[in-house]
Every structure is written in structure tokens, then in C-alpha cells.
Design a protein around this ligand. Sequence first.
Ligand code: 9MR
Length: 598
Amino acid sequence: MRKSLRFTSSLLWGTASMFISQVASAQNTGAENIRLNQIGFYPNGPKTAVIINSSATKFSVISASNKKDTVFKGNLKKTGIWKYSQEETAQADFTSFNKPGSYVLFVKDIGGSYPFDIKDHVNEAVAKASIKGYYYQRTAIELKPEFAGKFARAAGHPDNEVLIHNSAASANRPTGSKINSSKGWYDAGDYNKYIVNSGITMSTLFSLYEDFPEYHKTLNVNIPESKNQLPDLLDEANWNLRWMLTMQDPVDGGVYHKLTNANFDGVVMPKDATSPRYVIMKTTAATLDFAATLAHASRIYRNFEQQCPGLADSCLTASKKAYEWAKKNPAVLYANSTQSSLHDPAIQTGAYEDTDIEDELLWAASELFVTTGDMAYFKDANLDVTMAKNITIPNWQSVGMLGLYSLLKNADRFSTNPNVKAVLESLKSRFVATAKSFQTKASVSAYGVTMGECSDNDFVWGSNAIVGNQGMFLIKAYLLSKDNSLLDAAEADLDYLLGRNAVGYSFLTGFGDKPTMHPHHRPSEADGIVDPVPGLLAGGPNPGQQDLVHCNGEKYPSELAAKSYLDLHCSYASNEIAINWNAPFAYIANALEAIRNK
Ligand code: 9MR
């Protein structure tokens, strides 16, 4: 965690004579009532804080280093009540102040904010940490001190002898036979591995690579492979890719939905969680997500044939085979409930169940089209029908946009085919217009963010990934349109995740002055270390509060959507971490580093 400047503010303000009396009476409520990015801002980027519980009309920015110079003064803009937190808000906009340094924002009747920086590369540490977070999620490998520091730990879950569950049995692989399904990342705070969620995660990270290949040439996040000739992000993704490849039945091409224990593990370190592991039935959703991810992987690793000989070909073969299985088995759905009643042992872990898989087909067909140029896949994507409803913020259950992102990214390659060209041009203008409409709504919202503005259902389990994916959507639209307002809106979404939100937390473990400290993450809870494993994004406010029964009488601070957050290990519905939630955060933070520092 960055050096805590958590203040007892008489120290900070003592010499700012003009404010002494106010500070004394304000009792440092500024830190709680001034919501801003606790890391900081780029000199050339937007800078906004949200103020609550204040009747002041003005604000100032003061040097944190000499604790007395007022460097900027501005008027607060009243922005009304945010319906998700029922707070009266005002915004302090100090975008025009661009002098590098460390500062505090001060409002007369409430006091000073947490300190923040204005500088180039301001997100470098969070950006790297959010990628390094995946290293800490690796199964089947010891995390050595030179890479993991105090979070070094023994290997867990080798998964080299995984049982075929009877739901997954086939002639070549009868119930109880064993396969090697090693490597991969733990999905979240639990120790299982799920194909559906791996799919969207890998797609997001591949996009981060594809959109900024130059940036990744020099990015070093200190993982065991950092010294090889592959970008670190692709080395890290490769750890999960190798596992994904093992999840395909080599005979028919179908893909197992998940690799899991029968029940969630206790709160123990990975090496101590030794329950039997199973692969569970093949499903259409998992198989299509696999087909999409592997077709995408094939494009990415094709450029690194020397470093990963044969990998691109293997991925493409596996992808095509999976796609064929899905076409023959278009509606094999997963539900824990059917599993529990039909099979022994009953499986109680994460379900990732989905009854609408048209978007999975769109995604897989789009990726295979982009990778192979085969028009049969383009036809299957059926864009005339599917396009409009899939221009949305993606999540693990709604993945059509991931395919559309790849089509948009590669549109130039198909410009000689007039039919494809026309469809992709229409896609581009609709996509950019949708992003613009999100940005317009954000610009008049009380917190100045897209959160809560793109749909009525933004505050769900994993809401921080909703805002992360909104930011990514905006950046992708910025890359196509060069409309700076879209980039600024995405940066506001990062601000939200790092402190400009209704609970005032920085949701990335290890960063900020009021960070998430007790994520629902087994290693963080079981390792005996005070700090949580760093670089992991908490799920965030979730008025569903589905975990209350497990929290021994602990209550969420509020039932309001934006305030339904509990920084306790028991709160898996608001405070778990997950690979698919980290990915859009990593995308935005790294994209801003790549773009703003040019
Ligand atoms: O992210 C998932 C969320 O959308 C669902 O509402 C929730 C309940 O089904 O499950 C979440 O996914 C969890 C998965 O099932 C198991 N590993 C932890 C994931 C994050 O909580």
C-alpha cells in the first residue's frame, strides 16, 4: 500500500493559517466527505472530486508537501442528489490545474481530502499491480519471494489427477477416470476454475494487448517469465490458456463447464485445500466461450511463433473443433440444481449458468471469422439480427460485445468485401453513438460517472466490473473515434474505482488511503498477513446483499445501492475478488498509461 498519509489533519493543515479555525472544527471529515481518486491524476487529464455533506460554495487545492500553499481555487458546482446513494452532491473540477506535485483538496466546512498526486505515469503502479494480481491467482505453482514478496506461498491444486465426474463421462473417459488439467488461475476468492469466466477474462486481457502492443513491449510486472521474449501480459495469460486447452474432450471437441471440488473449500491456504477435484459436464456455453477465446488466442500468439512454437495452430484447431461440437449440441445448459439432483457427488460451487446462448454463438463466430476470414462464420454471426441488441456492456453472461469488439478492431482487414464492409461500418457508427450517449449521461450525473447511467441494473454482484467494462467500452470507442470526451469519461470510471464512489473506498487492494482490506479471498484471509494480496479488485456495492446470513450479524452500512458494500471477508456478494472483474480494471488503468503518457 502506498505510504499512508491518513491524516490527523492538524499536522497537514497546521501552517495553512487561513484555514486553521475551520480545520479545528471540521475534525477531518474531509477525507470521508471528499470522494476522489486516492492515487491521483494525469497533468493533462480530467480532475474532479465529489463533495458531500457540505454547504460550501468554494474549494481549494493545497500543496501536501509544504502544507501551506494554495495552488488553485475553484467554485463548487451543485450536482444534486445521486439516486443510488441519496446524497446531496457538489463537484470540484480542477482539470485546468496541471502542475505536477502532491496535493490535498480542501473545503471550508468539512476539511481536507486524502492526499493525491498529479503526475505523469500516475497509474503505473496500479496498472502493473492489476496484471500482477493474476500471478497471485495461479494454481499449481509455488509463488516465490522474488516475485511475490511477503505473499510468497506454496503451490496448491496441482490438478494433474482430476476425476471425470459422472456428468462428464464419455466412452473414452468413464466416470472416475483421471485427466491432467493443470495450471490456470483460481477464479476468485474460491479455488475452482470455470471456463465461462475464463473466457471473458482472457478476451479482455487479449484486447488490452491488441489495443496497445507497443506499450506491452516494455511492461515488466516481475513474474517468473519476465525475462523471456514474450510480453508479460501474454506470459500471464498463457498460464490460463494452457489450462483451458486441457478442458476440451479430445475426442468430440466438447468443453467441460468447470473444474471444481464438490463444495467450496474452507478458508485455508491453497496447499491445504486437498478435496477431490472433478471436471463437470460439457456445456454449449463453455464450449462456445472456449471456441471464441482460443480463436482470439490464435491471432495473438501467431505473432510469437518463435516463443510459443505451434501454440497458435493448436489454439485454432481446438477452437474449430469446439465450435463444431457446439453447432451439433446447441442447447446443453448448465445448472447446479440439475447437477445436484442427478449426480453424485452433487456439485455446489459456482454455476455460471446461462439460458440464452445466442450471444456466445455471436462471439465465437465473430472470433473465428476474424481469425480465419471464412465467410461461413460471418454468416453464423448473423449480425443483421444480433448486432443491435449486443452493443451493450459485456459481462460473463452477455458476451456478444466481445465478438463485436474484435470485428471493430479488425474491420480494416475486410474492407475489400463490400458486404462485410457495410455491416462493419454500421456497427462502428452505432457503437460510437452508444458510447457517446453513455458519456453524455455520465456528464450530468451527480458523481459524473457512467455507473448507474448505462442501465437500471448496474449495481449487481460484481458491480465494480460493470463500471470497469463501461470504462473499457468508452476507451474502445475513443480509439475508433478519437473523441476525447470518451477517454475522459473512462478516466472518471477509474476515479470511481479508486475512491470517487459513495463509500469512499479504493477498491483495488493495496492502493489508496482507504483501500479494501478484507476481501473475500481465501489466501488473503488465511495467510496471517495483515495486508490483503495486492492488485485485486473487490466486487463492490451490491444491494442484493445475498451474503448476510454468513456475516454473523454484521450489517451492510445501508440498503442503498451505491452504499451496499461491506469490507469483510464474509461478504462474498460485495467484497469477493474475481478474474473477470480485475480484467476491465487492468484494461482501463493500462490503457490510460499507454495513452496519457504519449
Ligand atoms: O460473478 C458471478 C455473479 O454474476 C453471480 O451473480 C454470482 C452468483 O451466482 O456468482 C458470481 O460468480 C462467482 C462464481 O460463481 C464462483 N466464484 C466466485 C464468483 C464471484 O463471486
